[in-house]
Design a protein around this ligand. Structure first.
Ligand code: SAH
Length: 216
């Protein structure tokens, strides 16, 4: 990880990134404010530091990626997090999206299936001053039944289909944002209208690393 230094140069580049996100259609002030505040370069390997404020995904450990800023902004906007809501994130990865959710005032629960990322990110988030409620190592397909139900669920890897356990862990009226399909994925918003009824809205193509089953 980078030393936790955030210079005027970093902040300047970050402000330009936020302007770009606005040009690309992101409107949610709380999301833009959170992303303007969080030093994304802290979440990346120091060799990519100069590129941290480009609107691109970059490699992190274990063959995974830190999501593109536009994707983080888009998913966060769709999720429409309110303060104190319980949010489950599948795919903690670098922890950048986790930090955005923390800044939005959510009580964040996370699952990451790569142990190296789980351990490293848990430690680093605390060093940076972000305190998700609960991070765990495991298979996101199962969700976290012991902490359910959740107001919101965000999946940050590409899921071939909707994991049924996750839907069951959403409150009535709750929202799940999930990229569905192989490659590319379709960004999908699911709203749990009642015990049985799910409303589904689609928002175009995005590219994610695949959501893997435990056995893979
Ligand atoms: N939000 C992260 C995205 C990382 S990429 C960030 O911006 O850094 C997606 C992450 O999902 C990877 O870290 C990958 O290991 C994780 N992942 C893939 N399949 C998973 C599963 N079944 N359960 C939990 N995490 C999973």
């Amino acid at each position: 990880m980078n030393a936790l230094i955030d210079t005027y140069k970093h902040q300047g580049k970050r402000n330009q990134l936020i302007e770009l996100l606005q040009e690309k259609g992101i409107r949610d002030e709380a999301v833009l404010h959170a992303m303007a505040k969080i030093p994304r370069h802290w979440f990346m390997d120091s060799s990519f530091e100069d590129h941290a404020y480009q609107d691109k995904a970059f490699p992190i450990a274990a063959g995974q990626t830190i999501s593109q800023p536009y994707t983080v902004a888009f998913q966060s906007e769709l999720l429409a997090v309110k303060k104190e809501e319980k949010v489950l994130e599948i795919g903690t990865g670098s922890g950048y999206q986790t930090a955005v959710l923390c800044e939005l005032g959510a009580k964040v629960y996370g699952i990451e299936r790569q142990n190296i990322l789980y351990k490293r990110t848990k430690r680093f988030l605390e060093k940076m001053g972000y305190y998700p409620k609960h991070l765990s190592f495991g298979d996101g397909y199962k969700g976290l039944p012991q902490h359910a139900p959740f107001d919101k669920i965000i999946v940050t890897c590409g899921a071939p289909k909707i994991p049924p356990a996750l839907l069951n862990q959403l409150i009535i009226g709750g929202k799940m944002v999930i990229p569905l399909g192989e490659d590319p994925q379709i960004m999908t918003l699911l709203i749990r209208k009642s015990a049985k009824e799910i409303e589904k809205k689609e928002y175009g193509e995005f590219r994610f690393v695949p959501m893997l089953h435990e056995k893979n």
